[in-house]
Ligand binder design. Structure first.
Ligand SMILES: N[C@@H](CCC(=O)N[C@@H](CS)C(=O)NCC(=O)O)C(=O)O
Length: 293
């Protein structure tokens, strides 16, 4: 199957799908890997991180989420939930970032990113399972309640209503509805922050055995959590791990990896970083009070 053309949604995209070759692998060795993704999206960062750790070459199909590229019929045919990322490998369509990363480990086993020891592999999956069960959703709640809602509100009431109404997943639509219109006053916000504070404690405990989340080698667990801690840092919520030196050390080691630079830093959008830092600083006193910090 060839890659369908993506019809750009309403509004002018920040950058058009470029078709640019990315990654550092030998050209074409793994076939054609096209990634539909977004620069600042956490689950896109997660897949780019995996691609870059593997040294795979991939083709950039960037999506403008605020313009609604993910809601076009052509993209919904690839990903019926209307979300990024989607990997298209020689025409085979693979959605879901956790599934994509395991798929990449199958097609390009070196360096391995799943532990060989069954107990460590189970530990790795327990971490990645939580990302899909709640961490990703809570990250959306926190990011939108604090920062991204301002970009969305700037679309104007009609476009915003349409963007939310067209989200295929009803649960996600309801979350957006609450946090975009109510911001940090949404009852979802403080609950999400509290769950994150608990998670950081659990990460710190796990890293006692370390040095990586699932044992002695870096794995898809570490790859998976990197973008979420990055998001917290961008929102100035890294203060939550000020008293968790193992988490702080893990995060520094993650950021030192060349693949992190290529998958995260190279794609950072200054406008988003400024917005997140400003809004995060403004909200911190309220967040700290809610956490009893
Ligand atoms: N479980 C999915 C979540 C995908 C997801 O929620 N992607 C977000 C960006 S991180 C998205 O496309 N949001 C746009 C929208 O929902 O309209 C995965 O891990 O791939």
């Amino acid at each position: 199957m060839g890659t369908p053309g993506i019809v750009t949604g309403q509004g002018r995209p920040r950058r058009a799908p470029s078709g640019k070759r990315c990654g550092h692998g030998p050209r074409g060795e793994a076939g054609l890997l096209e990634l539909y993704h977004n620069a600042m999206s956490a689950c896109s960062q997660k897949v780019r991180f995996c691609l870059e750790e593997k040294g795979l070459e991939w083709t950039d199909r960037h999506m403008n989420l605020r313009a609604g590229d993910q809601q076009t019929p052509a993209y919904l045919a690839l990903n019926p939930l209307g979300v990024v990322p989607t990997l298209v490998h020689d025409g085979a369509v693979i959605p879901e970032s956790t599934v994509i990363n395991e798929y990449l480990d199958d097609i390009a086993p070196a360096p391995p990113l799943r532990p060989a020891a069954p107990v460590s592999a189970a530990r790795m999956r327990l971490w990645t399972k939580q990302l899909d069960e709640w961490i990703h959703a809570d990250t959306g709640v926190i990011s939108n309640a604090l920062a991204f809602r301002h970009q969305k509100l700037a679309l104007g009431p009609d476009k915003l209503h349409e963007l939310i109404a067209r989200m295929p997943d009803p649960a996600k639509r309801a979350r957006y509805q609450s946090v975009v219109y109510e911001g940090t006053a949404s009852p979802l916000f403080i609950d999400a922050i509290k769950r994150f504070a608990f998670l950081i404690g659990a990460l710190d405990d796990a890293l006692e055995a370390g040095p990586w989340l699932a044992g002695p080698e870096i794995s898809l667990a570490d790859i998976g959590y990197a973008p979420y801690l990055t998001r917290l840092e961008h929102l100035r919520l890294h203060r939550v791990w000020d008293d968790k030196p193992r988490v702080a050390d893990w995060y520094e080691r993650i950021k030192e990896r060349p693949a992190y630079g290529r998958s995260h830093r190279d794609w950072f959008d200054e406008k988003y970083l400024t917005l997140m830092a400003e809004k995060g600083d403004d909200a911190w006193p309220g967040v700290a009070a809610a956490l009893g910090a």
